[in-house]
Design a protein around this ligand. Structure first.
Ligand code: ADP
Ligand code: MG
Length: 265
């Protein structure tokens, strides 16, 4: 692993994420059933839960890719979504949502890189598209970020020429290019061959050590124990329990948490 320790950029402020009583359903299927969650600046929160329990939906609600039917999410006190029934409806404009989303990094299970762009342009694209940087500045930043994730020699490659672990490190550099206050990871290593998991976790660990707010859905329990300030166990669209890893992972209070851990450990 060649990644250098990431320095927190001076212009980035770690974000607070608050999820208030969020309910989300698809048709009659209730996927989130009253989620309350606060993630403080610089905190690393790991979300665990069985398949179908609503983990990805929760991340998508935080990133405004889905709108909750009830409840709201705020990032740095800015409201997203719809307030509780009975309260005055307050929805953000599409423009405000885009601005908010620009401050939230999202790293997907399947990397989602642009196949037709080089590694460098994958990382440089968003700051240019959002008008934050000119092309030369964005490319300079991209080089810097790729160096930090150990991929300085891959700038001219295309995604298909890279291993899964390298592609995911490009995806992390791409998320960092927007200088996000919080980065959401949705099972960032579950599509990787086992021998490539470590290099991606090492990069995430470096991010954690620089005080970026991170919310990570993962089944890597050892990793969660190492880096999480807080572990949140979700089942059936509800938070079953949450707390420091030493409690939730080592002394789970709920049968469902114990059952889940016995299957993934
Ligand atoms: P997890 O990430 O914990 O596996 P998800 O949040 O992806 O769970 O999904 C929770 C539930 O919502 C699942 O039953 C899934 O089938 C359903 N679901 C997710 N997205 C949609 C959608 N766009 N339309 C309908 N059902 C969905
Ligand atoms: Mg998921």
């Amino acid at each position: 692993m060649t990644a250098k320790t990431l320095e927190p950029p001076a212009d980035v402020e770690a974000a607070t994420v608050e999820v208030h009583d969020v309910h989300k359903w698809y048709g009659t299927h209730r996927v989130l059933n009253g989620i309350d969650l606060t993630v403080r600046p610089g905190e690393v929160t790991v979300i665990l839960g069985p398949s179908g329990s609503g983990k990805s939906t929760l991340l998508r609600v935080i990133n405004h890719l889905e709108k909750p039917e009830i409840g709201h999410v705020s990032v740095n006190d800015e409201l997203i979504g719809v307030k509780r029934q009975g309260d005055r409806l307050k929805e953000l404009s599409e423009r405000a949502i885009l601005a908010q989303r620009g401050r939230i990094g999202f790293v997907f299970q399947n990397f989602n890189l642009f196949p037709h762009l080089t590694v460098l342009d994958n990382v440089a694209a968003a700051p240019v598209a959002t008008g934050r940087l000119g092309k030369p500045e964005a490319r300079e930043l991209a080089r810097e970020l790729l160096d930090r994730v150990g991929l300085a020699d891959k700038t001219d490659a295309y995604p298909r020429q890279l291993s899964g672990g390298q592609q995911q490190r490009v995806a992390i550099a791409r998320a960092l290019a927007l200088r996000p206050g919080v980065i959401l990871f949705d099972e960032p290593t579950s599509a990787l061959d086992p021998e490539l998991v470590g290099e991606v976790l090492a990069v995430i660990k470096d991010l954690a050590s620089t005080g970026t707010t991170l919310v990570i859905v993962t089944h890597e329990i050892g990793f969660a124990r190492e880096i999480a300030d807080r572990v949140v166990f979700i089942d059936g669209g509800r938070i079953v329990e949450q707390g420091p890893p030493s409690e939730v992972l080592d002394k789970p209070r709920h049968e469902r948490t114990r059952d889940f851990l016995s299957k993934v450990l």
